[in-house]
Design a protein around this ligand. Structure first.
Ligand code: 8YV
Length: 312
């Protein structure tokens, strides 16, 4: 959470710093009954009924991030707790990173950088790379971030198609009713769907096989969307051509097997991680809490909380 969030919250509220406690359980037992609002990073772990039991006065959870798969928003709603996230303010930033990761993966930019740094250039040329030219790009999940990725790819002159729950009237990209159909028609698959049980392991061994031996997977959504073991196996066997990953199953732990593969680019979940965008996300966390305790509606409630967004 940016320092600006902590400073802004401290100005307005009594802020309990759970992340600084050596004995969080004892701390929660002491202050938990008084806590009415929570600012939560999605990196902090799962926020579910076990938390709600210890925070009986909790009214609102302002989650830092657009994806809120770590917050059980249905369990919160059943206790009358509103959940907010930070949509909109990070779309363009995450889309920039997605396209950067795609180019880095195809043109092997990090590998080329390592080649120069390691002094290997004088001994011979860097190997020729695959290309974006002539590729068809499939986007899994054409929400706000997916659309921002697609707009960028338009400028790169490559055809874009997508799969999601339903076709969207506002776009002219080709729609595929199933993920296997999208994958069969794509040379690049970019995952931009939210995490959670509804999308868990959507990208499995069968999908990876359909992507093909020159196919490339880019994942900027959640590690859970991809069966990571199947991905490692596909990369090791050469069933797919490469992968660019910003997200993993058990962050911050990345399997040695992935690290050992040369034709992957691995990033430490930095999709939204610019100073400006993280500050904007943090401001939305603060604004949601302030709006709520000013008795005006929460600004960006998640769908499960829509009916609760008005405090009075
Ligand atoms: C952040 C994200 O890394 O918005 C999201 O869903 O995954 C990222 O922007 C994360 O929220 C930080 O806690």
């Amino acid at each position: 959470m940016p320092a600006s969030v902590i400073a802004a919250l401290e100005e307005r509220f009594v802020l309990h710093r759970l992340w600084e406690q050596s004995d969080p359980d004892a701390f929660l037992a002491a202050v938990g009954p008084d806590v009415r609002g929570m600012a939560a990073s999605t990196l902090a772990g799962t926020i579910d009924a076990r938390w709600f039991d210890r925070l009986p006065a909790l009214e609102i959870i302002a989650s830092f991030g657009v994806g809120y798969d770590k917050v059980d928003a249905n369990a919160a709603a059943s206790r009358g707790i509103v959940v907010t996230n930070t949509p909109g303010v990070l779309d363009e930033e995450v889309a920039d990173l997605a396209v950067g990761l795609l180019l880095a993966t195809l043109r092997r930019i990090p590998q080329a950088d390592r080649f120069v740094r390691e002094g290997r250039w004088p001994a011979g040329h860097f190997p020729l790379s695959p290309t974006l030219r002539g590729r068809r790009v499939g986007i899994l999940g054409l929400g706000a971030i997916g659309k921002a990725v697609a707009r960028r790819l338009d400028a790169f002159g490559v055809p874009v198609a997508y799969h999601g729950r339903s076709p969207q009237k506002s776009v002219s990209y080709e729609y595929h009713a199933t993920l296997p159909a999208l994958t069969a028609a794509s040379d690049v698959l970019i995952a931009v769907v939210p995490g959670g049980s509804g999308t868990r392991h959507l990208i499995d061994a069968t999908v990876l096989e359909a992507l093909g031996k020159n196919g490339v997977l880019i994942n900027i959504s959640r590690g859970s969307v991809v069966n990571q073991d199947a991905l490692v196996a596909a990369l090791q066997a050469g069933t797919i051509g490469g992968a660019g990953l910003d997200v993993f199953d058990d962050e911050p732990n990345v399997p040695e097997a992935l690290i050992a593969i040369e034709n992957v680019v691995l990033l430490p979940h930095i999709g939204s991680a610019s100073d400006a965008t993280r500050t904007a996300m943090g401001q939305l966390v603060v604004d949601n809490l302030q709006a709520w305790f000013d008795d005006t509606p929460a600004i960006t409630p998640v769908p499960e909380s829509l009916h609760l967004a008005r405090r009075r």
